[in-house]
Design a protein around this ligand. Sequence first.
Ligand code: NAD
Length: 266
Amino acid sequence: MKIGIVGCAGRMGRMLINEVLAFEGASLVGGTEHGQSEHLGADLGSLVGKPETGVIVTPDAEALIAAADVIIDFTIPEATRSNAELASANDTAMVIGTTGLSASDQKVIALAASRVAIVQAANYSVGVNLMLGMTEQAAAILGDDMDIEIVEMHHRHKVDAPSGTALALGDAAAFGRGVKLGEVSARARDGHTGARKPGDIGFASLRGGDVAGEHTVIFAGEGERLEITHKAGTRQIFAVGAVRAASWTLGRKPGLYSMRDVLGLK
Ligand code: NAD
């Protein structure tokens, strides 16, 4: 299976290089960066402190996508959007990890997924995907008596908030309750906010240091509180899941799939 990595010099890109090099049956066909990157021309192996692979970083997403069976994209929304269009035009499957996508980016991805297999997940760890199911189930069982709050913490470089995973957990909780997250989410509280609105799903985002990703869903009721927490100790878990998802796309019919599909948790 020929795998290409877009954004290969990023924090996740480098983890993905390591993972693809170690994955049996996978070959690393290339990696891209944006046109101004200082890493253009670098060998992908050297980027991660490994022996040279003979594959170098280029800015040519189209050539990479044409050469690959599947591409893995943990970049920025603009790049992911255009890569989805290229993937669909080239019959190349895609694994998307980028977060902070807009509704219109999401439409482009859905359209591309009508032609090729695309796996998209806000979080590729096995634990978080189990947590999504647990959150949905707890929200359905506990009902509106319990207030739902979602707290996340990430490293100081993260550019979007709340995290894509926090929003996915919010979606799972809302789904469990039979409501739409957009109608009940409380994304920020500051100043004289008044009392908490019943049924709200609240979010709080903390940023600092090198935290790979921590999420807690709190169900707070009268006299008791249930908390479901996941802590990622390393970003490598996301790369392991993303490469597993890439291999899962092989021979898969077109469609927009989630990591829960890949793990058989649906
Ligand atoms: P990063 O900034 O370290 O890496 C992004 C890389 O993309 C950079 O190297 C950047 O130069 C490159 N890039 C930007 N525009 C490009 C273009 N047009 N073509 C090619 N490359 C381009 O960020 P990161 O921490 O690796 O995170 C990347 C994304 O992945 C974020 O949206 C983050 O939230 C998300 N993420 C998702 C998961 C998950 O499990 N789904 C896990 C971690 C991070």
